[in-house]
Every structure is written in structure tokens, then in C-alpha cells.
Write a protein that binds this ligand. Structure first.
Ligand SMILES: *[C@@H]1O[C@H](CO)[C@@H](O)[C@H](O)[C@H]1NC(C)=O
Ligand SMILES: *[C@@H]1O[C@H](CO)[C@@H](O)[C@H](O)[C@H]1NC(C)=O
Ligand SMILES: *[C@@H]1O[C@H](CO)[C@@H](O)[C@H](O)[C@H]1NC(C)=O
Ligand SMILES: *[C@@H]1O[C@H](CO)[C@@H](O)[C@H](O)[C@H]1NC(C)=O
Length: 321
């Protein structure tokens, strides 16, 4: 009996060996496990990019985006006048990203520059939506991203009764804007909570108490379409989205501009050269510069902006406002 077990174990080991080859990539502390299935390469890089994904074969975010870069991008967030002092940090960002990297967040693309650009784009949205750098502020208006972690004076509780069967509002809970790309409304909290396996419908406040969760909710929004018929911001940015004839006719082209369109619709896009749009674009370009990618990589105006685009989401409540 013991012998038989040993043979089965040995067999399993041999199968494992032929299927999995271990290579060490980059710094020697990080092991990339590689296997091939139907001619496709899948990898597992441990905690940061786990679970046999094609995307885990590429550089992960910590390979090209480190603490000092996070500190550079959000240099004023812990200044005494900021509104979420001590809340946001690099560690939370990376911990949050680890569940999305196997899906391609920051791990898609032909080269490192392109991967960095997605992080700059995502953080451009984050920085703009959480900034308190309006007017003249120390360090310039773009240095104040991650100044907030929630809406300061909500005018309502953002409970939409239309969703009372799927995402009923919990008595006493308020669904005002919270997080890194703030989410609003019971149905957005409900959907995000479902995806992240956290009961946000009963406890929307978790998002302003936990920076990892606050980043995760934003990444979830970036990685998933708001409506089934629409692409995610991620798919638009990395080029997975192929515009239809209608999209092309309505000037929705792949690029940063359309990520604003799909996330905010007509509150930002289709209105010409407005501040709401320019502020997001400025954060993105500023971060490209700080990361050493350079704003010239962002491409021409018609891809970068959405002032001339017809909104994806006219007159509907989008994830953020
Ligand atoms: C990973 O990077 C390689 C180049 O290093 C690229 O060819 C490939 O498309 C990337 N994979 C994914 C899934 O983005
Ligand atoms: C990386 O990819 C981007 C986007 O496709 C491209 O513009 C850039 O020239 C590439 N950079 C290098 C160093 O290959
Ligand atoms: C914060 O949220 C993350 C992600 O859901 C979770 O893993 C972690 O335990 C939370 N931290 C605390 C202190 O609750
Ligand atoms: C394209 O646009 C027209 C006019 O707005 C609309 O009637 C049609 O349903 C759209 N087609 C698709 C596939 O979205």
C-alpha cells in the first residue's frame, strides 16, 4: 500500500516536472512559474500575479512602479491641509492590484512603456477625482491627487429605489462618493461588493476605512464595463476594444479619451474643451512625465480627449461624477 502511494506520488511528480518549468526572471527573489497549454504560455508569479494567467508572464507592476514613484505622483497627499492624511499608500495600491494583474491590469502590452502608460492612465483618473489642488496650491494643482477618500458634503444618500430588488439600500447607510475613483449609488456599491466579496451594501463605509479596498473598487470599475453593451476602460485603453461603425461615426476611438467617455459619459465628454475633461487629461500627462514615459507618448489630441465624442452614456448615472 505504502509502495503504491509512493509510485502514484512519483508519477504525479514526473507529470508536474514535464508540465512546469521554473524560470527565474529579473530579481532573484521572484520566481516565475511557466507552463504551456495548447501552445499558449501561462505563468504564475506568486502573490502579485497568481493563478496561471498569460498576463503573469509579463512584468508585474512592482517591476516598473515603485514606492518613490508613488510618492512623487501623490506628493502632497499627507500635507496637513489634505483630507485623507495617512490613508493612502503604495502598499495598499499594490495589494489591491494583485487581484487584477492576472486579468491584465498593468500587465498587458507589447512593452514596459505601454504597461506604465496604463498605470498612468488609471492613476490619472484617480488623481483628478481625488484632488484638492484647485486654484493655486503649493506644488502646483496636479500634485494634490489622493487628497480625499470620500465626498465631503454629500447632498443626498444616493439611494436609487429602482434597484430595491437587486441592491436594496440598507437603512441608515449612505452611498455617497468614496474611493480612488469614487463610486456613488447603492447599485454601484452592490455590484462592486459582489465582485470583491465584501458586503458594501450594508457597509459602504468600509471603502473610506480601508485603502486597499478603496483602490480595489476603483480597479474593479476600470477593469469592468458599466453596461454590458460597453467596453471596460481597461479594454479601451489597451486596445482590446474594437469600435463599431457607430463608435467611429460618433468619434469614439481607442485611447485615453474614450476611457473618460465610458466612465463619466456626458458629465465630461462631448462638450468641447471643458475643465472637467482637461483636468483628467492633465493628471494623466503629468504622471506620464513623472514616470519618465513622457507626455509625448500619449499620442494625438483626438485619442487623448473626448470633447468631440458622442457620449457612450448619455443622461445615465455613471459610476462617478
Ligand atoms: C507580454 O509581453 C510580451 C512582450 O514582452 C508581449 O508580446 C505580450 O503580448 C505580452 N502579453 C500580454 C498578455 O500582454
Ligand atoms: C512600446 O509600445 C508603445 C505602444 O505600442 C510604442 O509607442 C513604443 O514605441 C514602444 N516602445 C518601445 C521602446 O518599444
Ligand atoms: C482591507 O480590505 C482588504 C481587501 O478586501 C482585506 O484583505 C483587508 O483584510 C482589509 N483590511 C482590514 C484592516 O480590514
Ligand atoms: C447605431 O446608431 C443608430 C442611430 O443612433 C442606432 O439606431 C443603432 O441602433 C446603432 N447601432 C448599434 C449597433 O448600436
Amino acid at each position: 500500500m505504502a509502495n503504491q502511494n509512493a509510485i502514484v506520488l512519483l508519477l504525479a511528480f514526473v507529470i508536474l516536472l514535464t508540465d512546469v518549468a521554473t524560470t527565474v526572471q529579473g530579481d532573484s527573489t521572484k520566481k516565475t512559474l511557466v507552463k504551456y497549454k495548447h501552445g499558449k504560455k501561462y505563468c504564475d508569479q506568486g502573490w502579485e500575479c497568481q493563478g496561471w494567467s498569460i498576463y503573469c508572464c509579463n512584468l508585474t507592476i512592482t517591476d516598473y512602479f515603485q514606492t518613490y514613484q508613488f510618492e512623487n505622483l501623490f506628493s502632497m497627499r499627507n500635507s496637513p491641509v489634505a483630507h485623507a492624511v495617512g490613508f493612502w499608500d503604495y502598499h495598499s495600491f499594490i495589494a489591491a492590484a494583485s487581484i487584477f494583474e492576472p486579468q491584465g491590469f498593468g500587465t498587458t502590452g507589447k512593452n514596459k512603456t505601454f504597461q506604465m502608460m496604463e498605470i498612468a492612465a488609471f492613476l490619472g483618473h484617480v488623481g483628478s477625482k481625488t484632488s484638492c489642488g484647485y486654484g493655486v496650491a503649493t506644488g502646483g494643482p496636479l500634485a494634490w491627487g489622493l487628497c480625499y477618500n470620500h465626498e465631503m458634503s454629500p447632498s443626498q444618500t444616493y439611494c436609487d429605489d429602482y434597484y430595491k430588488l437587486t441592491y436594496p439600500c440598507t437603512p441608515g447607510a449612505e452611498y455617497y462618493g468614496r474611493g480612488a475613483i469614487p463610486i456613488y449609488w447603492n447599485y454601484n456599491y452592490g455590484a462592486a461588493g459582489e465582485a470583491l466579496k465584501v458586503n458594501l451594501l450594508d457597509h459602504p463605509e468600509y471603502i473610506e476605512q480601508n485603502a486597499t479596498l478603496a483602490f480595489q473598487a476603483a480597479m474593479w470599475r476600470w477593469m469592468n464595463p458599466i453596461k454590458k453593451s460597453q467596453p471596460s476602460a481597461h479594454d479601451i485603453f489597451v486596445g482590446n476594444w474594437k469600435p463599431t461603425k457607430n463608435d467611429t461615426m460618433e468619434k469614439r476611438v481607442p485611447g485615453f479619451g474614450s476611457t473618460m467617455n465610458v466612465l463619466y459619459g456626458d458629465s465630461v465628454c462631448g462638450q468641447g474643451d471643458v475643465d472637467a475633461m482637461n483636468n483628467i487629461v492633465s493628471h494623466y500627462l503629468y504622471y506620464l512625465d513623472l514616470l519618465g514615459v513622457g507626455r509625448e507618448q500619449a499620442g494625438p489630441h483626438e485619442f487623448l480627449t473626448c470633447g468631440e465624442q458622442v457620449p457612450f452614456n448619455p443622461s445615465s448615472k455613471s459610476a462617478s461624477s
